[in-house]
Design a protein around this ligand. Structure first.
Ligand code: ZN
Length: 314
């Protein structure tokens, strides 16, 4: 079964590790060989700048990750840059679609021109924050009652105008509710259910319902502390419980995967420690859901979602 994975942090590693090879480097969870072995058909690559990078260097770091995407990921002949969503349908056997996303607007400061440059590089999903406050909003580790900042309006207007998906993973609760009525296309790329695991990175049942009511979706993340509260360890079965809960809440067609591979080491779900192990998860899901349902979750639910994006009919 083909997979779409909405989040990994390979690009950050490609700019940080010495002599790194995207094709088969064992330090990369989502290297090309693992993506192939896991049947991943489309992988979203996040531009993520660690908060320890000084503000004046953040935009340069984003540029370095975009450069690494071109020189280390797209240089592999199997990797196809998806700049328009309908290109997913044109992928041939053996090809893997590669999509850019921006994990938090910290690197643009208060400069919309910098966001334009990043979008021009082909970024298709943008999160307003990572875990902390920036010029746009407050992240999940900040006060949950602080809403979007005035600059958010300019950012959201630009993202809507370009039909960019706005990602609410890492956005704090008030920011989430402020954003809902303002966003054109919205989803959570790597979050679980807070009802099953009370962590601020997870969404409450009300958030999940409202997200889907606004046309959005939620993609589950494979990080054990977001699966079982306070735990560094989780099994595939406990991850599947999040899928079951969310499926009962909003329907399996509105759920997907956002592994967070290369952003979560050394904590992994048992038997799901890199992209090659996706089939273990699919197998466990097939014990609870029909093949059509699992296909919606793994692949076609997201394809159906992006087919609704204006000007991107598939
Ligand atoms: Zn993240």
């Amino acid at each position: 079964m083909q997979i779409i994975d909405l989040h990994c942090d390979v690009l950050e590693k490609l700019t940080r590790l010495e002599n790194v090879d995207f094709r088969n480097d064992s330090r990369l969870d989502a290297n090309l060989n693992n993506l192939k072995a896991g049947n991943v058909k489309v992988q979203v690559f996040a531009i993520f700048i660690h908060p320890s990078v000084p503000q004046e260097r953040k935009f340069l770091e984003a540029a370095r990750q975009i450069e690494a995407f071109h020189t280390k990921v797209l240089s592999e002949p199997e990797m196809i840059h998806i700049t328009e969503w309908n290109q997913i349908n044109d992928l041939e056997d053996g090809q893997i679609g590669a999509v850019l996303s921006l994990e938090g607007c910290d690197c643009i400061g208060d400069d919309l021109e910098k966001l334009r440059v990043i979008l021009d590089a082909g970024v298709k999903l943008v999160g307003l924050t990572w875990n902390y406050e920036n010029e746009v909003a407050y992240g999940t580790l900040e006060d949950s009652s602080k809403g979007l900042k005035p600059f958010a309006k300019d950012v959201i207007d630009l993202l809507n105008e370009r039909n960019i998906i706005i990602d609410v993973a890492h956005l704090n609760e008030k920011g989430f509710y402020d954003l809902l009525p303002l966003s054109k296309y919205i989803l959570a790329s790597h979050c679980n259910a807070r009802t099953l695991c009370d962590h601020p990175r997870n969404l409450t049942d009300d958030q999940v319902k409202q997200l889907v009511n606004h046309g959005g979706r939620i993609h589950v993340v494979f990080y054990p502390p977001f699966i079982q509260k306070g735990e560094d360890h989780a099994t595939i079965e406990t991850l599947v419980k999040h899928v079951e809960h969310l499926s009962n809440l909003v329907g399996i067609e509105n759920i997907g995967f956002g592994s967070d591979f290369d952003g979560i080491e050394p904590l992994f779900v048992e038997k799901l420690s890199n992209a090659s192990e996706f089939p273990n998860l699919i197998q466990a899901l097939l014990e609870k859901f029909t093949e059509d349902e699992v296909n919606l979750l793994a692949y076609s639910g997201l394809v159906n979602f992006v087919s609704t994006i204006e000007g991107r009919k598939m």
